[in-house]
Design a protein around this ligand. Structure first.
Ligand SMILES: Cc1cc2nc3c(=O)[nH]c(=O)nc-3n(C[C@H](O)[C@H](O)[C@H](O)COP(=O)(O)OP(=O)(O)OC[C@H]3O[C@@H](n4cnc5c(N)ncnc54)[C@H](O)[C@@H]3O)c2cc1C
Length: 414
């Protein structure tokens, strides 16, 4: 017997879940957002993935127009109100990411969801789902008080690892036969003197002094990505990759421990660079960054051909612009460009569970083939698919034109 009943329950408070909760609430639904940790932001705030990608397409030269509006835009405006720089920068890979301050991101997203009217429940772990007649009827949440059962008319899967879909017995879409994309342990480094070299070859040279591998973890031979952060003297370093299936505790433990040991060894090696003598590991985690783990099957997965053509189907409910960034193995990244004008459309069918009629997939959980997934997984795009999933769940409709109209009213870009 359910203790509370909602119009929409959103599982997971990353960028997709935040946008889903706001989108559903703005569409008039009574919404509960449940999050296992004590803050919003998902990989950005949990895993120190301190750059929102996908707000802008890959265009060289002048800063392009954004492809994500709506809740994503509200999040940027709230960060700007907190004094954070939110303009994108032109990265070495030829893209336009937005740097993040983790603490400001937590506060900004509290405000964005708070203003939407959706209710947030932290420290609530979704552990079980009750299914009947091809629909999820209720979910069980474990919080410090125990387990409680909540029902809803519709649910949004935004846990990243498709935990709700699998608790509900949804089928998996086929992975590419190989291991998932490599995980990484981003590191915030303190103590680097202002003006010290940020050049990759300089870091790569310093890293030749150490054995670059510990167990499952490897530091990138090219020195990785290093950038400044808004509102902080620390630098953000994305260079430690790790192999893990991301799903079982034993496997994750080995990846976390190896990556942590390697981060300390690698930061010590950087101290040979002039200006880096005081470099320290300032922060990692609380969780290693998982690019890929489990997928739920959708009715109409996003296909690589759509991205290669830069196509926007009639049932587009979100736009993507990030290239297909495939991390084949630690240290081996491949970028495939988006065709056309560098922008593609994500169809509503990619957000519809193949098995459960009232389950909507968002963010890292949408249906996509491996190459398309490598683009659509980024957080800017996750805001866009999340908002669309929330609106579709609130309206309880699979009519893409109705969802599009509501999204446009909410300021989403299509
Ligand atoms: C190392 C690394 C580097 C990356 N670099 C970038 C980058 O630079 N820029 C970029 O935009 N993207 C990057 N990505 C991709 C991006 O971080 C993810 O694809 C994105 O965060 C997906 O957003 P999401 O909201 O779907 O999921 P997540 O951000 O993973 O959020 C899921 C949320 O669900 C919660 N949750 C999970 N299970 C439960 C449960 N059972 N009950 C309650 N809550 C639950 C989690 O605590 C979490 O807060 C990177 C990823 C990794 C791993």
């Amino acid at each position: 017997m359910a203790e509370e009943s909602w119009d929409v329950i959103v599982a997971g408070g990353g960028s997709a879940g935040v946008a889903a909760a706001c989108g559903a609430a703005q569409a008039g639904a009574k919404v509960l957002l449940v999050e296992r940790s004590g803050f919003l932001g998902g990989a950005a705030t949990l895993g120190h993935v301190l750059a929102w990608c996908g707000f802008y397409p890959q265009v060289a030269g002048a800063q392009p127009d954004p492809v994500v509006g709506g809740v994503g835009r509200q999040a940027l405006e709230t960060l700007a109100d907190l004094g954070m720089e939110v303009a994108p920068y032109f990265s070495a890979s030829g893209n336009w990411p937005i740097r993040l301050n983790a603490e400001a991101t937590k506060l900004a997203l509290d405000r964005v969801v708070g203003n939407s009217g959706a209710r947030v429940m932290f420290h609530a772990d979704l552990v079980r789902a009750h299914v009947s007649g091809g629909r999820i009827e209720a979910v069980e949440l474990r919080d410090p008080r125990g387990v409680r059962t909540l029902s809803a008319a519709a649910f949004v899967e935004a846990t990243g690892d498709a935990e709700l879909a699998f608790a509900a017995g949804a089928s998996a879409c086929p992975l590419h036969g190989g291991p998932p994309q490599a995980a990484s342990l981003p590191v915030r480094i303190s103590g680097i003197a202002p003006g010290a070299s940020m050049d990759k070859p300089v870091r790569a040279q310093a890293l030749t002094a150490i054995d670059r591998r510990i167990g499952r973890a490897e530091v990138r031979a090219d020195g990785g990505i290093l950038t400044t952060l808004p509102g902080s003297p620390d630098l953000w370093w994305l260079a430690i990759d790790a192999e893990t299936n991301g799903l079982d505790a034993e496997d994750l433990t080995a990846a976390e421990q190896d990556a942590r040991a390697l981060a300390w060894r690698a930061v010590a090696a950087l101290r040979a660079i002039p200006g880096y003598e005081g470099a320290q590991v300032a922060a990692t985690g609380p969780k290693i960054g998982l690019r890929e783990s489990r997928h739920a099957a959708s009715l109409a997965p996003l296909r690589e051909t759509t991205l290669l053509e830069g196509a926007r189907p009639d049932d587009t409910i979100a736009l993507g612009g990030w290239p297909m960034e495939i991390i084949h193995a630690p240290g081996r990244a491949e970028y495939r460009r988006i065709g056309g004008d560098g922008i593609y459309g994500i169809p509503l069918g990619a957000l519809r569970s193949a098995d459960l009629s009232n389950l909507w997939l968002a963010g890292r959980c949408i249906g996509a083939d491996p190459a398309a997934y490598a683009s659509a997984r980024v957080m800017g795009t996750a805001f866009a698919t999340g908002q669309a999933a929330g609106v579709a769940a609130a309206l309880a409709t699979a009519d893409a034109q109705r969802v599009r109209k509501a999204l446009v009213r909410q300021g989403a870009l299509l």
